[in-house]
Design a protein around this ligand. Structure first.
Ligand SMILES: CC(C)[C@H](C(=O)O)[C@@H](O)C(=O)O
Ligand code: SF4
Length: 471
């Protein structure tokens, strides 16, 4: 048998049928659903009198549109948002799928809830009508986003029509330096490959620096695979993965656990397996980074300066000029001189407990700079409860942050948390597109520790300097 990659193995284990042109029917193990991309899919089922084929494998949670303020039981003001959330409530009830409504402490961002509840397991195929489904690849699952018509197809058949992607390996060798996090890895990879570098591929992240990451760090890395253009990103499961999964509400138990573990241990790329593309970065070369432009590939070490359009080639010259103008920056300006108005700590990239711990560590005993609006939005109700128990919430509140309820919040402007035109935000999310956080708003992406440091100083800040001067 020829050697296989991890992606090959999961793919082969799920193919139900193959057409002559290579199109396959794939079995889907977990279907995650949120309120934005599912209403028409359920409507499609209703209109044709079909049921959800595997309600026990379908998990729904509202996240994008829900307000995250403490008074959210008052309801959703925006009509479009309210309709979407109400539709999910009704669809979940009518079709008998697993559901975490806003009133349930387990509610949160779908990509945080899935792993937290043990729905996401190694070797699975996981889909959701959401591009950041790649997050679940951290478990060694093949996880990717699908469109609304595919959501309907999966609901009805528990299968998906797919063509296989190519194999890409992203290896991060050696150790990370102090102050460097999973977010810096994933942004640096996109900086190196560009947002189209992964197009047509499924990425397997490997190497010592990836192995050394916690499960939460691995989720941060895989979360942004899609921003690098890849279909999905995954990491071979290991003891850390099994440890994380064990005992979760929907993880297998007893003899089933043992059987699962036996299979999971085979989920690694064979020696000599072929990758169509290989990218290698040295862990010690990665610095704490921030984005300066309006694409995740517009990323530089925090010690750098705003580039000039002439630093780029071809079509990138114009794009860079446009980015710099939209962002209200000047070429040559030091990144650490960029003043901010807002800080957003949260999202499916960095809204987990370790992210909040990292931010709280920086903020302990300090206050945010005058005039800064700052919020922490935990990724789930359980993350929120845990942070309260550990005393992190109090650190945030004492520092001057708003302490919110779970949801996507200011990651994207689909709920009341938005930037005003010209407002500049240090954000731990994954997209810095024009207007992403509100029309005219400007976004700089970074790690939770860097966002926390920026909140205290009022400008983009090198977390390493911050730790030295604020110790
Ligand atoms: C609204 C949803 C479909 C979208 C996605 O697919 O990713 C959102 O989650 C995002 O992050 O832009
Ligand atoms: S937190 Fe942001 S990136 Fe993640 S699913 Fe929500 S909107 Fe998309």
């Amino acid at each position: 048998m020829s050697p296989k990659t991890l992606y090959d193995k999961i793919w082969d284990a799920h193919v139900v049928d193959t057409q002559d042109d290579g199109t396959c029917l794939l079995y889907i193990d977990r279907h995650l659903v949120h309120e934005v991309t599912s209403p028409q899919a359920f409507e499609g089922l209703r209109m044709t009198g079909r049921k959800v084929r595997a309600p026990e494998k379908t998990i729904a949670v509202p996240d994008h549109n829900v307000p995250t303020t403490l008074d959210r039981e008052k309801g959703i003001e925006n009509e479009e948002s309210r309709i979407q959330v109400e539709a999910l409530d009704k669809n979940a009830r009518d079709f008998g799928i697993n559901y975490y409504p806003v009133s349930d402490i387990r509610q949160g961002i779908v990509h945080i809830v899935g792993p937290e509840q043990g729905w996401t397991l190694p070797g699975m195929t996981v889909v959701c009508g959401d591009s950041h489904t790649a997050t679940h690849g951290a478990f060694g699952a093949l996880a990717h986003g699908i469109g609304t018509s595919e959501v309907e197809h999966v609901l009805a058949t528990q299968t998906l029509i797919q063509k296989k992607s190519k194999n890409m390996k992203v290896e991060i060798t050696g150790k990370l330096r102090p102050g460097v996090t999973a977010k810096d890895i994933t942004l640096s990879v996109i900086g190196a490959t560009g947002t189209a570098g992964g197009t047509g591929y499924v990425i397997e992240y490997c190497g010592e620096a990836i192995r050394d990451l916690s499960m939460e760090g691995r989720m941060t890395v895989c979360n942004m695979a899609i921003e690098g253009g890849a279909r999905a990103g995954l990491i071979a499961p290991d003891e850390k993965t099994f440890e994380y999964v064990k005992g979760r509400p929907h993880a297998p138990k007893g003899a089933q656990w043992e059987a699962a573990l036996t299979w999971w241990k085979t989920l690694k790329t064979d020696e000599g397996a072929h990758f169509d593309k290989v990218v290698t970065l040295k862990g010690e070369d990665i610095a704490p980074v921030v984005t300066w432009g309006t694409s995740p590939e517009d990323v530089l070490p925090i010690t750098g300066a705003v580039p000039s359009p002439e630093d780029f080639k071809g079509g990138k010259v114009e794009a860079a000029a446009r980015s710099i103008e939209y962002m209200g920056l000047t070429p040559g300006q030091k990144l650490t001189d960029i003043k901010i108005d807002t800080v957003f700590i949260g999202s499916c990239t960095n809204g987990r407990i370790e992210d909040l711990r990292a931010a709280a560590e920086i903020l302990k005993g300090k206050k945010i700079a005058d005039g800064i609006r700052a919020m922490v939005v935990p990724g789930s109700g359980l993350v929120r409860a845990q942070a309260e128990e550990e005393g992190l919430a109090q650190i945030f509140i004492d520092a001057g942050f708003e302490w919110r309820l779970a949801g996507c919040s200011m990651c994207l402007a689909m709920n009341p948390d938005q930037l005003s035109p010209g407002e500049r935000c240090a954000a731990t999310s994954n997209r810095n597109f024009e207007g992403r956080q509100g029309r005219g708003g400007r976004t700089h992406l970074m790690s939770p520790a860097m966002a926390a440091a920026a909140a205290v100083t009022g400008h983009l800040t090198d977390v390493r300097d911050f730790m030295l001067t604020h110790a």
